[in-house]
Design a protein around this ligand. Structure first.
Ligand SMILES: Nc1ncnc2c1ncn2[C@@H]1O[C@H](COP(=O)(O)OP(=O)(O)OP(=O)(O)O)[C@@H](O)[C@H]1O
Ligand SMILES: [Mg+2]
Length: 337
């Protein structure tokens, strides 16, 4: 395997140089997802530059586009007990992508690390009403919701370090697996009429993740295009089946997102192919490239869409968000059958 500091440096340099180049290789933008409107007379399906310009304009002029509102609120749990696969990065950037394109989105940070709260620029020091108090029934969702400073339609229930003790405290509680679901009842969000709720899970399959799976209908699994990508996914799927059988019959894996794709490695392609064979249509066509901008953004309390709207990372999350929203009609049809 090529490794070591030298290759890491050259890799970084190439990423920087190519960050604003066409995202053709990593992100579909091919029009199948309903993205067919001409831009200044240019069919965006035909020219990658036209497509990139259109998407950049969406970020810079957010009110110029709007995705269809789902017929009912969609709640997605973002889970993979493998650490560092892009759960948090995908939660905040997909949320931002949906919000930039006109939808109202709430991110629930259910990881004591509080990384989603950091990336969304919301306060999450001890004492701030958070997902911990929400699970304990001490505050309502409306009381814990904060608006992200970068987008009026993007909201977050933060996680504080107090959440670290919750796994143990929940064990002795009544209806311990259903506490988050109970806290998200119809009117609980107050004035925030969220079209999407994305729940960022910790890298474990404990009670916090189970609470997220009981509260949601959909699971979104981010998979890193690296060695051992599918390691642990079998265990995750078995847990989803258990929750489905005993606690939440509606739960299903609706979406798989390939993250940290490096188009220069054969391995990334092999992993992507294997994941598509395994999960079929659930895998979004948009793939998130490995990009320095994506990893830098949280350090500024921003999503990549705010930090560098023209970057490949921002573009691919916009594509992924649009695809996710476009699947609403499809999902509803399936459910009606
Ligand atoms: N597309 C990307 N390009 C470059 N770096 C990325 C990308 N996606 C995520 N990262 C970086 O990889 C690391 C892990 O990502 P992230 O925190 O989203 O994973 P996670 O699954 O939430 O981790 P954990 O299991 O600890 O919660 C972070 O440092 C993040 O900035
Ligand atoms: Mg995380």
């Amino acid at each position: 395997m090529s490794g070591g500091p030298e290759s890491a440096v050259s890799r970084e340099t190439v990423s920087r140089e190519t960050d604003h180049q066409s995202d053709q290789a990593t992100s579909s933008g091919n029009g199948d997802d309903g993205f067919t409107a001409p831009y200044n007379g240019i069919s965006v399906e035909e020219t990658p530059i036209g497509a990139a310009a259109h998407r950049a304009s969406q970020v810079l002029h957010p009110h110029s586009v709007s995705l269809p509102k789902p017929p009912e609120r969609r709640i997605l749990t973002i889970a993979n007990q493998k650490g560092g696969v892009g759960k948090t990065t995908s939660a905040v950037n997909l949320a931002s992508a949906l919000a930039v394109q006109g939808l109202t989105v709430l991110v629930i940070d259910l990881d004591p690390q509080g990384n989603a709260s950091t990336a969304l620029g919301v306060a999450h020091h001890s004492g701030v009403p958070s997902s911990y108090e929400l699970l304990l029934g001490e505050v309502t969702a409306a009381e814990a919701i904060q608006k992200s400073p970068h987008n009026d339609r993007l909201f977050c229930i933060p996680a504080t370090i107090d959440l670290a003790g919750a796994e143990i405290e929940l064990v002795s509680m009544v209806a311990r697996e259903g506490r988050l679901k109970g806290a998200l009842s119809e009117k609980a969000l107050g004035e925030v009429d969220a079209d999407f709720i994305l729940i960022d899970c910790p890298p474990s399959l404990g009670l916090l993740t189970v609470n997220a799976m009981v509260a949601a209908k959909e699971v979104l699994i981010p998979i890193q295009c690296e060695y051992y990508a599918l390691e642990g996914v079998g265990q995750l799927l078995r847990n989803i089946e258990l929750v489905q059988a005993h606690l939440n019959p509606d739960l299903h894996v609706s979406t798989v997102l390939l993250t940290m794709y490096d188009g220069r490695t054969k391995l990334a392609d092999q992993v992507a192919e294997e994941v598509r064979t395994h999960f079929g249509d659930a895998v979004l066509r948009a793939v998130i490239p490995r990009s320095v901008k994506v990893s830098e953004a949280p350090g500024y309390g921003m999503t990549v869409l705010d930090y560098d709207p023209g970057s490949r990372g921002a573009m691919s999350y916009l594509d992924a968000g649009r695809e996710l929203a476009a699947r609403t009609a499809h999902l509803t049809k399936q459910e009606q059958r």
